[in-house]
Structure formats: C-alpha cells, structure tokens
Design a protein around this ligand. Structure first.
Ligand code: GDP
Ligand code: MN
Length: 389
C-alpha cells in the first residue's frame, strides 16, 4: 500500500527526520494564508501516488503567496499523468505547500528489503533528484548499496562508506548517520517495503532535509498498522485494481491485447507465458480464485472489457475446487451481464468438464471451446492478430 508524500513526511517528522515546514490542503482558499505563514516563497506539490511529478508539472515553485494561490488553483482538481502513473493519471485532490529550501545538492536515499540477502538494504546516490532512474540505467556504479544486518543494524563503517560515496563533509556526514538510523527504525516499525527519500537535500547551510518521501507499506502487514490503514484507501492506486480488490480477484493490467480469465495464480502465469510463446501478449493477469461465482466472473469480465485494447478473451479454467459445470453456468450469466462482445476462447478442464462444456454448447452463445492448452492459446493469439475470427 502506498501513502501520500505529506502523510509519509508526517510519520518521518514524528521520528525526528528533518522535513520542510508545510501543510497539506485540499482547497485553494487557504493557500495564500498558508504560504504567507511559511514565509512567502513556497513549493506547491501535487499529492498523487506516483513519482515523476516534477517532470509532469505537479511541483511548482511560487515566489509569493499570490503565486502560491495561483499554483494551488491550477494543480488542484487537474489530472496529473506521470511516467509512473499509467495512462489516465490521477486527479489531484490534495496539494502540499512547503517552505522553499535552499538546495546545494540533491541526494538519493532509500531503504528496501533485498530478497537475495533477506535483509534491509540502503540504496544511496550522490546523483539524486529527478533523473535517478536514468542514472541507475546508465551509470550503475553511481548507486551505492549497503546491507543492514538484522541484529547489529548499520555499522559505523558502513555509514562512513555511504557518507563518503555521497561526498558529504564531516558535519552533514554526522547528520546522515542519524537520519539513516531514524529511517531504518521507521522502516521496521511501520512495516515498510520501500522508504525512499529523493531528494534528500544538502542545503546551502549544510543541513540535510528530506524534500520528498515515498513510503510503501507491505500489504500483508497492514492489519497490524491501523493508523496506516486509515491513511490508505482514500485514493485508489489504480481504479481497476481497486475494483478487483472489491470483487475479490487478483487483477493486474498489462500491455497486450488478449484478456485472460484464469483460476490460480500459477496457472495464470503459465497462461501468460504460453500466449507469449505463441507470439501473443496478455492484456492482464487475472486470478478468479477457487470459489468464483457468476458475480465474480462477471466482475472479472467487466474489468477486462474496460481495456479497449482487448481483442479476445482467453478463459483457462482448471476445475478442482471450482467445478467446471459451476464455472460454465457462472460464465454464461457473466457474459450476459458484462455484455461481452469480443470472442471468447474457453479451455475448461477438470471436475465435471463434460457437463461444463455441454452447458456452454447448449447456451446458443458462440464460445470457442478447446481442451488443448497449446492450440487454445494459439487460437487466441490468431484472433488477436486478426488472422482468424
Ligand atoms: P517527484 O518529481 O515526484 O519525485 O517530486 P519531488 O518532491 O522529488 O520534487 C521534484 C523536484 O522539485 C526536486 O528534485 C527538487 O529539485 C524540486 N523541489 C522540491 N522541493 C523543493 C524546495 O523546497 N526547494 C526547491 N528549490 N526545489 C524543490
Ligand atoms: Mn522525488
């Protein structure tokens, strides 16, 4: 789960991490007063759950309270689409107004859990700011990594190594050590799976200030983080994924044009692989789960059909707990409910498969039923490519 920058900063500030003074607003009327209180020159920042806001026009420097009010009016309610947000982007419901900080340099600092070492890892770079992804791609040596051992934490020599890599003088290096231990404590206490400060500004007077904060919480730990649970949920990270969570299916949109309805995550991945093997591309990952009823299947079909790229739907069901006849009845109902107009290739195998197929046969609807996974996948690919309909 992601939370907004202003929420993450509030949590960091409580733990002693230096952040700029500021206030979150969801109406433009207070902007002027807030800016005046902050000293006039401020930064107005769109609060959306995606990075890359700066480059997309979601971060505006305002030299006067009047300009701050203008910037707030232009950002609030607008749609912000960044390279991370996906097509339609996000409507901005909240802005964060902060005092301007005199920046000398922008550093990158993050903590994440490295699955290879099963430890937290500090990632740091002297080249923070808006081009960090580019630097990671072109100059990977400019990115430092240090493993945090669970029992001992970060050792002083590791802090010195990071500080040297970030080219920090003695005083800021001390500040960095403190911030690192605050960030690690925060990461653990709040069950984060990513805590990223980009940029961590070195100010012209030698302070370190977290100018941006991205905090992702491990979904499986939300149950024991009631305060964070409250913070999330206000804004869906992706409208379709939120709808999927509501109907109880796992759905992730992909770039292809073959919609997939599958039961079981492993089979869903296999299905995507086999489509790929035959030259096609899945439009989504979708696991309807073990006990899918008509409503859930209909919901899944509707989700898939919201994607205008989808040219065919490939249904690959292995009837175990979910019997094929029950699935077939659910599917008929779902196709009517969801008004599916694209061709449906159906592979239905397992418990009561004959009964399931009879139900589809007798329905009068035109399903392309095929028991063989490979040729069914090939058929779906051919339809998507327009070489068969
Ligand atoms: P992101 O693009 O979504 O990562 O948004 P950030 O919060 O990182 O802001 C993007 C850029 O805006 C930063 O890299 C800074 O260069 C600039 N910026 C943010 N806050 C301030 C500030 O207080 N003062 C100044 N001068 N620039 C800022
Ligand atoms: Mn940033």
């Amino acid at each position: 789960m992601k939370i907004q920058e202003y929420q993450a900063k509030e949590l960091l500030a409580e733990r002693g991490v230096p952040i700029p003074r500021g206030q979150a607003l969801s109406s433009a009327t207070e902007a002027r007063g807030v800016a005046r209180e902050l000293g006039g020159a401020v930064v107005v920042k769109a609060q959306v759950l995606a990075g890359g806001r700066g480059k997309a026009g979601g971060i505006k420097l305002a030299a006067t309270p009047k300009k701050a009010a203008e910037a707030t009016r232009s950002i609030l309610g607008s749609r912000l689409s960044t390279y991370q947000s996906g097509g339609e982007g996000f409507e901005v419901a909240t802005v964060l107004i902060e005092e301007q900080v005199p920046i000398a340099r922008e550093l990158y600092l993050a903590i994440t859990t490295d699955r290879a070492t099963a430890c937290e890892t500090i990632i740091a770079s002297a080249h923070g700011g808006m081009d960090i992804e580019e630097i990671a791609a072109t100059d990977p040596a400019a990115i430092l990594r240090e493993t945090v051992l669970p029992a001992s934490g970060l050792w002083p020599f590791q802090i010195r190594k990071i500080a040297a890599g970030l080219k920090l003088e003695r005083e800021p290096a001390k500040l960095l050590g403190k911030i690192l231990s605050q960030l690690i404590a925060c990461y653990r206490e709040l069950d984060c799976d990513l805590l990223e400060i980009n940029p961590l500004a070195v100010t012209t007077d030698g302070r370190l200030v977290a100018l941006d904060a991205k905090m992702n919480i491990e979904d499986n730990a939300i149950y024991r983080q009631p305060r964070l649970k409250e913070m999330g949920g206000g804004e869906a990270e992706d409208a379709n994924e939120a709808e999927a969570a509501r109907i109880g299916v796992s759905y992730i949109r992909m770039d292809g044009d073959i919609g997939c309805v599958v039961n079981g995550a492993g089979l869903a991945m296999t299905t995507m692989d086999i489509l790929h093997l035959f030259g096609g591309q899945a439009a989504n990952f979708l696991d309807v789960g073990g006990s899918a009823d008509a409503d859930r299947i209909a919901g899944a079909l509707r989700l898939i059909l919201t994607d205008p790229e989808v040219k065919v739907i490939f249904i690959n069901i292995f009837g175990g707990i979910l019997r094929c006849d029950i699935f077939a009845r659910g599917l008929l109902e779902a196709v009517k409910q969801a008004e599916a107009k694209v061709p449906l290739v159906v592979r239905l195998i397992g418990t009561n498969q004959e009964e399931g197929k009879r139900i589809l046969d007798r329905s009068g609807l035109s399903f392309i039923v095929n028991d063989d996974l490979e040729s069914a996948a090939a058929q779906a690919v051919a339809i998507a490519k327009g070489s068969q309909s």
